[in-house]
Design a binder for this molecule. Structure first.
Ligand code: SF4
Ligand code: SF4
Length: 375
């Protein structure tokens, strides 16, 4: 990857996966425009979307808020091709690239990624010959830098980087809560990228928002060191303090989150020794807590034959501790109204295969069944 791509000192990327929405479910475009304006004004350039985000809403919002309003050299676009969702064969997988070009109106992609590779799906990318397809688009000038996002184990990452040395960067899930989590392997995967000389784009630094509002013990440990810093700022600065980082993506959902992110990423200062110690304490506290580490990405729900709102049920279960049982039951009945219940699960395993956190979903749903027996 060239110096211009590596040399960017503004490390915050605007993730477009969790954009603000109106009550009718549509994207709140005026707010997205204000967020994009603030981001670009502060020195940001990197916008990260994907073909599958919001069934195309995210790419279309990028066009309306950025591409149609700014010159092409004011920003960079990253988007992704997913071989295991919203396509059924080689042709429909490749069509995602052309549709993304059309939806975004960007003309070309600065960064193009094969999306969310893991054990359960990586062979699809070979089967559909997508590695070569991406190389061809790069040769045509329609892609500047190619990479992949990854949710698998370190052995698979090693295998992929050895088989595809043309990869210019890797997007990894890295956050302080998952640094040593064997299901995510943040540290080991980051080390493998370093050994292969591949810069890393960090996704989920705030773990789908969980680390913006962590358990109270973690909040106390962090605020005892800096009472004014938001919990999200700790998580993002931790990620951005690592070596070899191209960008840290934050999936911001409103203008207030944008302002918070910019307040510490505009003039970025890496964590000092004392702050690193506070993070270590937070890691210990999280390890001792047994909440379900679901990030709310919803990759699991698309293929569920029973339309079970899996991440919403996990949220209810995670809030259960310390909450009166009747409230948990009420919350459970609200999130499952008109949808599948935990008890409807037929153990088909589709959700598990899609989950980037490798969560044993059917087993975890078992504990929600008790909430159905208490009307
Ligand atoms: S295992 Fe259960 S929750 Fe998962 S996709 Fe199948 S029916 Fe849905
Ligand atoms: S269970 Fe897994 S796939 Fe489903 S929303 Fe949570 S993290 Fe994502």
């Amino acid at each position: 990857m060239g110096d211009s791509a590596r040399g960017n000192t503004f490390k915050l990327g605007f993730g477009l996966m969790r954009l603000p929405r109106n009550d009718d479910g549509s994207i709140d475009l005026p707010q997205v425009c204000r967020m994009a304006d603030r981001f670009l004004e502060a020195g940001g350039t990197y916008f990260d979307t994907a073909y599958v985000y919001g069934s195309g809403d995210s790419e279309r919002a990028l066009k309306a808020a950025v591409v149609d309003r700014y010159p092409r050299d004011a920003y960079t676009v990253a988007t992704k091709l997913c071989a295991w969702q919203q396509c059924h064969d080689e042709q429909s997988a490749k069509q995602q690239f052309y549709t993304s070009l059309e939806r975004t109106g960007a003309g070309y992609f600065d960064y193009y990624l094969l999306h969310a590779l893991q054990r359960s799906n990586y062979r699809k990318y070979d089967e559909y010959r997508l590695w070569d397809f991406v190389k061809d688009q790069k040769a045509k000038g329609l892609i500047r830098h190619c990479g992949f996002s990854f949710h698998g184990d370190p052995e698979l990452l090693e295998e992929l980087l050895s088989a595809h040395p043309e990869t210019e960067f890797v997007q990894l899930q890295i956050n302080y809560a998952d640094w040593e989590n064997p299901g995510v392997a943040s540290r080991r995967n980051w080390e493998i990228c370093a050994a292969h000389g591949k810069p890393v784009v960090i996704m989920e630094p705030v773990k789908g928002g969980i680390l913006a509002d962590p358990i109270s013990a973690v909040k106390e440990a962090l605020s005892s060191v800096d009472p004014d810093a938001s919990c999200a700022s700790w998580a993002i600065r931790y990620a951005a303090s690592l070596e070899g980082i191209l960008m840290v993506l934050s999936g911001m959902s409103n203008l207030a989150q944008m302002e918070d992110n910019l307040s510490y990423m505009k003039e970025f200062r890496p964590l000092d020794q004392n702050e690193q110690l506070a993070i270590r304490r937070a890691q210990e506290l999280l390890d001792a807590d047994r909440a379900i580490p679901c990030t709310g990405c919803r990759y699991c729900t698309e293929g569920c034959p029973k339309s079970i709102p899996i991440p919403d049920i996990f949220k209810v279960l995670n809030r259960r501790k310390g909450s009166p049982e009747f409230r948990t039951i009420r919350e459970y009945s609200i999130v499952t109204q008109g949808k599948g219940k935990a008890g409807d699960c037929v153990q088909c395993g589709q959700c598990e295969a899609a989950c980037p956190q490798q969560l044993p979903i059917p087993r975890l749903l078992e504990s929600a069944k008790a909430l159905e027996r208490n009307p």
